[in-house]
Design a binder for this molecule. Structure first.
Ligand code: SF4
Ligand code: SF4
Length: 187
């Protein structure tokens, strides 16, 4: 009697196994006729949204000048402290970064540096192909970061309105109205 029960149990287990096997193969078979969700990277490249965050660049004003004023805001806000620089000043009072470095081995591409930048100098681009074997190659210097264009906002020019020494009298600068004489309001 015990032997019969044992045989029945084994057949039941075998049947269950065959059912699971058939289920697995049928799933594979169905997927043979479906459109694959995977892509053959790097031969097939996915077009990423414009706002996706990848490699960082330092952009220029429309007149070709460096936008970065070395204010250290991006460096201060960076949660992983991967931005470092040294500020300097030109003879006309305009500040710039003597050197500027980003360690992409630490960057988490959060975009906070871009949000903090008052001059729109630092911007993230959709380029994500930055893999290197040697982590030291992920240290980008200013020469590697600086581009010849204005990035996302090409017309913006921080220095047209701010950032330079006030030289002329009040009301004589671009976009500035003449000062109001409060005495003219007297009855
Ligand atoms: S994207 Fe984020 S982690 Fe990368 S440099 Fe900017 S603030 Fe730092
Ligand atoms: S990139 Fe922008 S936030 Fe960073 S130091 Fe230059 S001006 Fe300041």
């Amino acid at each position: 009697m015990g032997e019969v029960m044992e045989k029945k149990g084994a057949i039941k287990e075998l049947w269950k196994g065959l059912q699971a096997l058939a289920w697995g193969f049928s799933t594979t078979f169905i997927h043979l006729f479906k459109k694959p969700v995977t892509e053959q990277y790097p031969e097939q490249k996915r077009s990423l949204p414009h706002r996706s965050r990848g490699r960082i660049i330092l952009t220029r004003d429309p007149d070709g000048q460096e936008r970065c004023v070395a204010c250290y805001l991006c460096s201060a806000v960076c949660p992983v402290s991967c931005i470092s620089m040294q500020s300097a000043q030109r003879q006309d009072g305009r500040r710039y970064a003597l050197w500027f470095r980003i360690n992409f081995a630490r960057c988490i591409f959060c975009g906070l540096c871009e949000e903090a930048c008052p001059t729109l100098a630092i911007q993230l681009t959709p380029d994500f192909e930055m893999t290197r074997r040697n982590p030291m190659d992920l240290l980008y210097e200013k020469e590697d970061l600086l581009v010849e264009h204005g990035g996302k906002d090409k017309e913006y020019n921080y220095y047209r309105l701010a950032g330079v020494q006030v030289t002329g009298p009040k009301g004589s600068h671009q976009g500035e109205k003449p000062p109001v004489d409060p005495m003219s309001n007297m009855p």
